[in-house]
Design a protein around this ligand. Structure first.
Ligand code: G3I
Length: 363
């Protein structure tokens, strides 16, 4: 019995009080059913332009996920291409797709240095960045008040390589107010929707390398600062853009998760995918290596009780950002997501299902 079968039975039981009908056929378990049984959630990012033309993909997402995350439609550039004219049509179109009724909506992302519209960048240069960014946070979070359950309030504010204090990124947001402004963004988001869970989201904290060591230290420092300031931060989003061949050391990642948890924070893997760009073309080799890399990572992540669930950055292969931003040298589509182009489950799907099945149940 899985979540959807239960749901379907509840609905049918209601109907049966008036009409006698045979019971529902069992619906095959999706990843969210596996997640649910471990006390967690499974979601995926979705891209409006891909979805609108693919009912079968929408159905697959509804089958596999309990949470959806618009991949680009909640970024500042998309929401306010011209100053003072907010538009949320892209995200609304995703949220209102019939197949997604009943799924939770996760918000990504109110503030990201790479999604500041050009007109706003000019305002930052004129010293009006802090006010503007807080207005942006309030605007988008208030628009989706009581509908978006969890927000990446701030994304990727750290870059130790930039050489600034506390490992902060040398970005317009950093210059406009740094850590104090980040704390204010969380307070603004909380005012705009007191029920929403508020996350700081970051990449490059999974692997054992000097760069990622430094980023982990800076992330912990930022989170400790936010907590000490009383900022309403509830969780850390770990993006989890994995690459087969990178050096993963279980001990390092495990102790980072424990350090975050000890701050009283929840953790979510927010953008999981696995790049196969260093592997030969053979599909079976790639699928197995991608699944192995995920299995290792997810096994450690889901062993930490603070980890509330996993979101993959897309569900089916041909639409991954990796094929444009980090393509394979031979130009082949990467085998980076749980389903293939025909929406068939791949070894990566099985690695995630097994990860949830073997994880200690979360209270
Ligand atoms: O929608 C327009 C389309 O109208 C236009 O014709 C086309 C021409 O380039 O661009 C389309 O927009 C693109 C959009 O994705 C939708 O496909 C943007 O150019 C492109 O920059 C955008 O890339 C997204 C990127 O964030 C920047 O927003 C990727 O899809 C998305 O996967 C990526 O996601 C980020 C996370 O937010 C943060 N973590 C890293 C992750 C990967 O970079």
């Amino acid at each position: 019995m899985n979540r959807r079968t239960l749901l379907a039975q509840a609905v049918l039981a209601l109907a049966a009080s008036t009409i006698a009908e045979p019971g529902p056929a069992a619906v095959p378990d999706g990843l969210s059913d596996h997640a649910w049984r471990s006390g967690r959630s499974f979601g995926c990012a979705v891209r409006g332009n891909v979805l609108l033309s693919q009912p079968s993909l929408r159905a697959a997402i509804a089958r596999e996920a309990d949470t959806i995350v618009p991949e680009t439609e909640l970024k500042w550039k998309q929401n306010e291409p011209a100053g003072g004219r907010e538009t949320y049509a892209g995200a609304e179109a995703i949220a209102s797709a019939g197949e997604f009724r009943g799924l939770a909506l996760r918000g990504h992302t109110a503030v990201w240095h790479r999604s500041i519209p050009d007109w706003a960048l000019r305002q930052f240069e004129a010293g009006r960045g802090a006010d503007l960014v807080l207005r942006r946070v309030r605007g988008v979070v208030a628009h989706f008040r009581d509908r978006i359950v969890e927000w990446d309030v701030v994304n990727e504010a750290i870059e130790p390589e930039d050489g600034l204090a506390h490992g902060m990124r040398n970005s317009p947001i950093g210059k406009a107010g740094g850590r104090g402004l980040i704390a204010d963004c969380f307070a603004a988001a909380h005012d705009a929707d007191p029920k929403a869970r508020l996350y700081y989201n970051e990449y490059g904290v999974e692997y054992a390398s000097p760069d990622e060591d430094a980023r982990r230290v800076a992330v912990l420092e930022l989170l400790s600062f936010l907590k000490a300031r009383g900022a309403p931060v509830h969780g850390l989003g770990i993006q989890g853009h994995l690459t087969v061949g990178n050096r993963f050391r279980e001990k390092v990642f495990r102790s980072f998760l424990a350090d975050v948890a000890s701050l009283g924070l929840e953790i979510r893997i927010t953008e999981l995918d696995v790049s196969d760009r260093r592997l030969d073309a053979d599909i079976q080799t790639r699928d197995n290596a991608v699944a192995d890399a995920a299995r290792q990572f997810v096994g450690v992540a889901l062993d930490e009780p603070a980890v509330a669930g996993i979101v993959t950055w897309g569900l089916a292969d041909p639409s991954s950002w990796l094929d444009t931003d980090r393509p394979r040298p031979d130009g082949l589509v990467q085998r980076t997501l749980p389903l293939d182009g025909q929406l068939r489950r791949k070894p990566l799907w099985q690695a995630l299902a097994d990860g949830f099945d073997h994880a200690p149940r979360r209270a």
